[in-house]
Design a protein around this ligand. Structure first.
Ligand SMILES: Nc1ncnc2c1ncn2[C@@H]1O[C@H](COP(=O)(O)OP(=O)(O)OP(=O)(O)O)[C@@H](O)[C@H]1O
Length: 244
């Protein structure tokens, strides 16, 4: 897929989402440029998944303007593989292109799952299932990849491996990425722009310019981490970077 840097793939203006009397998104504005890697932080219940669902076209009850110009793929916290289809068939489920099989083969190879193409989803480890979920998203060659806490259920070591994989896939394919996460360090290690959702709007944003692969002790990340924890209202041990 060709790089589509600097071309807007999504534009959101005055986006509002109410659930009964509760206003979760309150006139939110956001532009997503082609090829950028955004991490979206915010306290639990601040509306991160609600925004992601709106961008994915999964919520028709939002008010305001929402323009998504590129193709979109989503990966969720749980891999959501269909248990009665083998891994290879899961990757291309609903994909109506003539070269679906070849695309699936390539995508599985990219996430290191060639050997598991014929396996049943329930026999995969958590990390393998999440990699299959990434392959299913990639095979659609999205211009906007929406990731809703896809790493949060993984153990620490697997999470590091999958982080590296995501950066590698992003570097090669260059979709714009919107990653919802609770983890400030994850946001700083991966993203080129970090947003904080609060009060129904983007309350804070910062660019992250450090070269990848990044180390959490990089001075830019250290200073951004402190700022983000303050914005998120996290007090106490500064090493405790999970916000919920
Ligand atoms: N379908 C729904 N009906 C009623 N309320 C909802 C619905 N979906 C979300 N909400 C409410 O909207 C608020 C924001 O939810 P959302 O899942 O977007 O938050 P979040 O920031 O992703 O939270 P978390 O970090 O805990 O996953 C919550 O208070 C939630 O209860």
């Amino acid at each position: 897929m060709a790089a589509r840097l600097s071309q807007r793939v999504a534009g959101v203006r005055d986006l509002t989402r109410r659930f009964g009397d509760r206003v979760v998104l309150d006139g939110l504005d956001l532009d997503i440029e082609g090829g950028e890697f955004i991490a979206l932080l915010g306290r639990s219940g601040s509306g991160k998944s609600t925004l992601l669902r709106a961008l994915a076209g999964l919520d028709r009850d939002v008010e305001g303007r929402l323009e998504v110009t590129g193709s979109v793929a989503v990966a969720f916290q749980e891999p959501r593989l269909v248990p009665w289809k083998r891994v290879g068939s899961n990757i291309t489920l609903g994909l109506a292109v003539p070269d679906a099989g070849e695309r699936a083969r390539r995508a599985l190879a990219e996430v290191g799952l060639t050997e598991r193409a014929g396996a049943w989803p329930l026999t995969l480890s958590g990390g393998e299932a999440q990699r299959a979920s990434l392959a299913r998203a990639l095979v659609r060659e999205p211009e906007l990849l929406l990731l809703d806490e896809p790493f949060s259920a993984l153990d620490a070591l697997t999470r590091i491996t999958v982080h590296q994989l995501v950066v590698q896939l992003w570097t090669v394919h260059r979709p714009a990425v919107l990653l919802v996460t609770h983890d400030v360090d994850e946001a700083l290690l991966l993203a080129s722009r970090v947003l904080v959702l609060d009060g129904g709007r983007i309350a804070y944003e910062a660019a992250v310019t450090a070269a990848r692969p990044r180390h959490r002790d990089h001075p830019e990340l250290v200073s951004l981490r402190t700022r983000l924890l303050t914005v998120l209202g996290v007090t106490g041990d500064a090493d405790d970077v999970r916000t919920a």
